[in-house]
Design a protein. Structure first.
Length: 415
C-alpha cells in the first residue's frame, strides 16, 4: 500500500527566527477498495441517467443545484446523489498502486470530476460533499473490509448520512460496479444504498466503533474471525456519541476518534496505521498551533523593532536640533517638548510589547533579550534628555544658552 500520510514542512522566515509550518496531505491511496466479483442483481432498479450528467468535468455546485432543484426531500436528494456518483464515476484500479496525490478534499473532488475516475476515497469524498451542499448531514467512514471471510490488506471508505434523525450507510464505490480480472466492470447497483448496520458489518468494519451504528458494537476480533465472543457488552448510545463528535472542533474530533480507536484495540496493521495517522494529525495540529503562536510573537517582536528603530530616528532628530541649541531653525518650547516626546512614545510602545510577550523559543529569547538591552540603553538616554528639556523650558530664555556650555550637555546621536 502506498504511503497513507505525508507531513510536508514549509519554512516561514521572520526577521528574528525560522519556524516550520506542518501540513497534512491526504493520499487517496488510503482507501482504494472495491468489491471483487459479480454483484447481486436482485435489488438493481432501472434508472435513467440524470439530465444534469455532462461529458465534461462539471462543477460540484452545479451538480448539487440540479439535485436540489429536482428533489424536495432529503430521501430523494440522497438517492439522486448515490445514483449520480455511482453511475458517473468509474473505478480506477491503476490508482491502487499509483495513487494521484492531492492536497485537500476540494482538490480530490476536482480531480474526480475532471477525470470521472476515482478509488473509494474519491467516491466517498464526492458523495459526502454533495450531501453537505444538499443540506444532508454526512460523514466519511474509514475502515477495513473482508471478502469471503478473508480480511483485505487495504483500507476502505464509505459514508454515513443522517436522514430525518436516523443514520444510514452508503457505499457508492461498490455501487458503481465490480472488479474482474483486475479490470473494472461498471454495473450500477442499489445493493449498497442505505445499508443496514448489521448488513454492513458482514463486510465492513469502521476503525472508529461509533460508526458501526450498533447499540452493542462488534469487536475487531469478532469481525476478523467471524465468531461471536460470547461476551455481552453494555449498550452503546451511538447517536449521542456521534452528536458530540460532529459538534466538536477539529482537534477535539481527532482526539475523540483517536481515543476510541485505541480503546477498541489495534489488532491489525490497518488499524495501527490509522491510529498512527490520527496521532500524527494531532501532533501536526499542536505544532501548527505553536507555529501560529510563534508567528504571532514574531509579528509583535517585529512591531517592537520597528518602533525601536523609529525611536532612534526621532531621537537623532532631537539631538540634531539640540546641538543647534534649538535655534536653527528656532523651536518653541512646545516644539522642543514634542521633539523628545516622539522618541519617548515610540520607545514606550516597544517596551509595552516586549513586556507582554511570552516567549519560549530559546533563539527568539536571545534575540529579544538583545533588543531589550538596546531599548534599556536608549531609555536611559531619553529619560536624561527629557529631564534636560524640562529644565530648559523652566529656564528663562536669556539664561538658556548656559545650559549648552557644559560638554556633558552636548547631545550625541544614537546608532
Amino acid at each position: 500500500m502506498a504511503e497513507a500520510y505525508n507531513l510536508i514542512m514549509r519554512n516561514s522566515l521572520s526577521s528574528l527566527s525560522r519556524y516550520f509550518v506542518f501540513l497534512i496531505f491526504f493520499s487517496n491511496a488510503l482507501h482504494p477498495c472495491i468489491v471483487k466479483g459479480q454483484t447481486s442483481s436482485e435489488t438493481v432498479k432501472s434508472l435513467s441517467i440524470p439530465a444534469y450528467r455532462t461529458d465534461g468535468p462539471g462543477d460540484i455546485g452545479e451538480i448539487a443545484s440540479a439535485i436540489n432543484n429536482s428533489s424536495f426531500s432529503s430521501a430523494a436528494r440522497i438517492r439522486e446523489i448515490y445514483s449520480w456518483v455511482a453511475q458517473n464515476i468509474a473505478y480506477d484500479p491503476g490508482q491502487i498502486s499509483n495513487p494521484d496525490p492531492y492536497t485537500s478534499k476540494e482538490d480530490l473532488i476536482n480531480q474526480v470530476l475532471q477525470k470521472r475516475k476515482a478509488i473509494c476515497q474519491g467516491y466517498a469524498a464526492l458523495f459526502d460533499s454533495l450531501c453537505e451542499l444538499c443540506n444532508i448531514q454526512s460523514f466519511v467512514i474509514h475502515g477495513y473490509i473482508k471478502h469471503n471471510d478473508i480480511i483485505d490488506d487495504i483500507p476502505h471508505a464509505w459514508v454515513a448520512a443522517n436522514l430525518d434523525g436516523s443514520w444510514f450507510l452508503f457505499d457508492p464505490t461498490w455501487g458503481a460496479g465490480y472488479m474482474q480480472n483486475n479490470e473494472f466492470v461498471p454495473r450500477f447497483s442499489y445493493d449498497f444504498y442505505k445499508i443496514s448496520p448489521a448488513e454492513s458489518l458482514k463486510s465492513r468494519m469502521p476503525f472508529d466503533p461509533v460508526w458501526q451504528l450498533m447499540k452493542q458494537p462488534v469487536s475487531h476480533k469478532e469481525f476478523i474471525t467471524g465468531k461471536p465472543s460470547g461476551i455481552s457488552t453494555a449498550e452503546y448510545n451511538f447517536n449521542d456519541s456521534i452528536s458530540v463528535f460532529l459538534t466538536a472542533g477539529k482537534e477535539d474530533r481527532i482526539a475523540i476518534e483517536s481515543r476510541r480507536v485505541l480503546e477498541w484495540g489495534l489488532l491489525n496493521k490497518q488499524i495501527t496505521d490509522y491510529s498512527n495517522y490520527l496521532l500524527n494529525a494531532l501532533d501536526v495540529i499542536k505544532k501548527n498551533k505553536q507555529v501560529e503562536r510563534n508567528n504571532e510573537v514574531v509579528n509583535w517582536s517585529n512591531e517592537a523593532i520597528l518602533n525601536f528603530n523609529k525611536a532612534i530616528t526621532a531621537y537623532n532628530l532631537y539631538i540634531n536640533a539640540k546641538n543647534k541649541q534649538f535655534m536653527k531653525p528656532a523651536y518653541t518650547d512646545e516644539q522642543v517638548k514634542n521633539l523628545i516626546q516622539d522618541p519617548h512614545a515610540l520607545l514606550y510602545n516597544s517596551e509595552l510589547i516586549l513586556n507582554n510577550l511570552e516567549v519560549y523559543d530559546p533563539v527568539m529569547k536571545k534575540n529579544l533579550g538583545e533588543l531589550s538591552r538596546n531599548i534599556a540603553e536608549l531609555r536611559k538616554t531619553i529619560d536624561q534628555e527629557r529631564a534636560f528639556v524640562d529644565n530648559y523650558c523652566q529656564t528663562p530664555a536669556a539664561r538658556r544658552i548656559m545650559l549648552f556650555r557644559s560638554p556633558a550637555r552636548q547631545g550625541k546621536s544614537h546608532k
